[in-house]
Design a binder for this molecule. Structure first.
Ligand code: FEO
Ligand code: CA
Ligand code: CA
Ligand code: CA
Length: 630
């Protein structure tokens, strides 16, 4: 794939375009059934039944005028306008500074960043990696540590000397492999702001080559065995690390998303196994790893792609620790892994599978977590469930078991999508991040968009009818669904749900595509993606959408970060990204006076000026008066 347009796509966009498309079926013939705005409100009214039961305030969301909402606002900032320029904007009284950019040194023996070459191979695993994504903040004794994902690399930017940015040698491939994965870095705050502690003993780069182990039901299964690892228990590297999570015991979870695109075939006639089609593994790759690193050649190592697509646990306090791939959490295109505790102490992990028409999952451990107790097996022994949403505002978690799927436990963990199809889970509009409210028993999932909703089945042939939490055909704007577990228990198998917001464009549309009532021309956005709750129970929403500011998206400007109040439905714009970038990754300092925000795939001239390579980065956002921000 050398087409110029595809080179400039974000990884998610590229994967959508290039991955094998499902064959056309009768479902293509479904006639347009776009909801009117009136009937859309009817859909939401089902959800607001939960509010009537005292479980939420969705009804308030629909009736509160913006003036009333503002009067009761819990937001400490004046919302900002859209932007279309190449810098970052935050509200009056707030500041932002770059903490770390691609190429910054984690170790002093790395070379200074070179805009001509994008950095050399020898330094590529000693520097802050590319395309920052999910991140978490940890206190390790007296030290402060940020763990952050590096989701993918940008052809043309990371190998700027190469035509189309394509690797032409094993060294090029190795450099790209080193620029991705995870950074663990100590940070400190001084008079001139936050800085990375270069050479900290806690600093670590985890790449596409770092040794790790498999745990859980699929560890050692034949489908995970390769010539290099005949035991099926050892893995090299973690791939396309998108969203994140943190366990109750203080470890980091990094989530492998579009892993499929690293694998290709040197034999163009290689016939793809059926499971490759469901996961989008094809003979074609984005980076041509397979030409220089045989491990990524599926015609020679057919099991290698089955060893990616997992949630990986990393201990930020021990740089010598071996990362663990937890097969018990399933193999999907993992967005993030949001942990909660059930009433009885079992560990619940919510996980979205970011692909059009794929499912929303949760894992519930068999064992319980006790502070300071053993955590052995808590992410390995348990049950996976896929969500089924009913149109009447109720829903249930369908267990993926040998009985319900006809698959072995290991197969459920490796071919999780197929297990979800077998039980009839609800096909969703690309589930991205899940966030659990720390002050209420409820969870939110960003359904970013789905150009095929109501038009085409998912890659497994499951239909994607308009309805429930996916109420718009050809959904370009996205929505955020939330659910309230029965009995106020995240382990309960029943829930009520509603939509917290339906993004849209009220300046262009008068129907359902105008968005829900809490969307107006002053706060509109498209494609919600990253989400996290602050300690006050406010929902921070990051977007990864169309920033053309034209047509369907006119008046929406660059990607942005907004803050939503679950109690009132109010949503206000807090930050705008430089043009070309998405906002992804969010965590707070231990003292809650700094919010760290990720800026992924910006376009030049951000941040270093015209003629320089654009660099993804983490920015530290603070209040000028040093008050709390989270
Ligand atoms: Fe990497 Fe679905 O975002
Ligand atoms: Ca992204
Ligand atoms: Ca994302
Ligand atoms: Ca996205």
């Amino acid at each position: 794939m050398t087409d110029q347009n595809t080179r400039k796509m974000s990884f998610d966009e590229w994967d959508e375009v290039v991955r094998p498309a499902p064959e056309t079926t009768d479902f293509d013939a479904v006639v347009s059934s776009a909801l009117s705005r009136r009937s859309f409100l009817g859909v939401l009214a089902f959800g607001s039944g939960a509010a009537a039961m005292g479980l939420g305030t969705a009804a308030g969301l629909l009736t509160t005028t913006s003036a009333e909402a503002m009067a009761a606002s819990r937001f400490a900032f004046k919302p900002i306008d859209i932007a279309t320029d190449s810098t970052i904007h935050v509200p009056e009284g707030y500041t932002w500074d770059i903490l770390a950019s691609w190429g910054d040194k984690l170790f002093s023996d790395a070379a200074d960043f070179d805009h001509a070459t994008g950095g050399d191979l020898a330094s590529s695993d000693k520097i802050f990696g590319e395309n920052t994504d999910g991140m978490e903040f940890f206190s390790v004794g007296e030290r402060q540590v940020i763990t952050v994902n590096h989701e993918y690399v940008n052809p043309e930017i990371n190998l700027p000397k190469n035509a189309d940015g394509m690797p032409v040698s094993a060294d090029d491939v190795r450099k790209l492999q080193n620029l991705q994965g995870v950074t663990v870095m100590e940070v400190t705050e001084g008079n001139d702001g936050w800085k990375v502690v270069v050479d900290s003993p806690l600093n670590r780069r985890i790449t596409h080559l770092t040794p790790m182990v498999f745990a859980g039901p699929a560890a050692g299964h034949d489908l995970l065995k390769t010539e290099a690892d005949p035991t099926g228990t050892q893995s090299l590297g973690t791939f396309n690390n998108c969203g994140s999570g943190r366990t109750p015991w203080g470890t980091y979870l990094t989530c492998e998303e579009n892993f499929n695109s690293y694998f290709g075939s040197t034999d163009a006639a290689f016939e793809l196994p059926a499971d490759f089609k469901r996961y989008g593994v094809s003979n074609e790759t984005r980076y041509a790893y397979e030409k220089f690193d045989e491990r990524f050649d599926i015609s020679k190592n057919v099991n290698e792609p089955r060893r990616a697509g997992y949630v990986v646990e990393i201990n930020p306090a021990d740089p010598a620790s071996t990362p663990v791939k937890h097969t018990g959490l399933g193999r999907i295109k993992h967005e993030n892994a949001e942990c909660a505790l059930a009433r009885d102490g079992r560990v619940v992990v919510y996980m979205g599978d970011d692909e059009r028409g794929e499912f929303l999952y949760k894992f519930v451990s068999n064992g319980t977590y006790q502070t300071g107790g053993s955590t052995e097996g808590l992410l390995d022994d348990g049950t996976l469930y896929a969500a089924k949403f009913n149109d009447d505002g109720t829903g249930e978690w369908l267990a993926l078991t040998e009985e319900s799927t006809g698959m072995s436990l290991a197969e459920i963990c490796i071919f999780t999508r197929m297990a979800g199809s077998k039980v009839g889970a609800t096909t969703m509009d690309r589930p991205e991040w899940v966030a659990v409210n720390p002050i209420a028993i409820e969870a939110y999932c960003a359904l970013t968009n789905n150009s095929r909703r109501g038009l085409k089945p998912n890659a497994g042939g499951d239909e994607t009818p308009v309805g429930g939490p996916n109420p718009r055909e050809k959904n370009e704007y996205g929505q955020i669904v939330r659910w309230y577990p029965e009995n106020d228990d995240h382990a309960d198998l029943k829930f009520k749900w509603d939509l917290f917001v339906m993004a849209g464009n009220p300046a262009v549309h008068k129907d359902a595509y105008a968005g829900s009532a809490n969307i107006n021309p002053g706060n509109m956005f498209n494609s919600p993606d990253g989400m996290a709750f602050d300690t006050r129970g406010l929902l921070w929403i990051q977007t990864d959408g169309d920033d053309s500011n034209e047509g369907e998206f006119s008046g929406q400007g660059n990607n942005q970060m907004l803050i939503g109040d679950p109690a009132t439905g109010e949503i206000a714009r807090f930050l705008t990204a430089p043009h070309g970038a998405e906002v992804t990754g969010l965590c707070w300092s231990a003292d809650l006076r700094t919010a760290f925000v990720g800026i992924q795939h910006p376009s030049a001239p951000f941040p270093d000026g015209e003629g320089k390579l654009p660099r993804s980065c983490i920015v530290a956002v603070r209040r000028a008066d040093n008050a709390l921000i989270g």
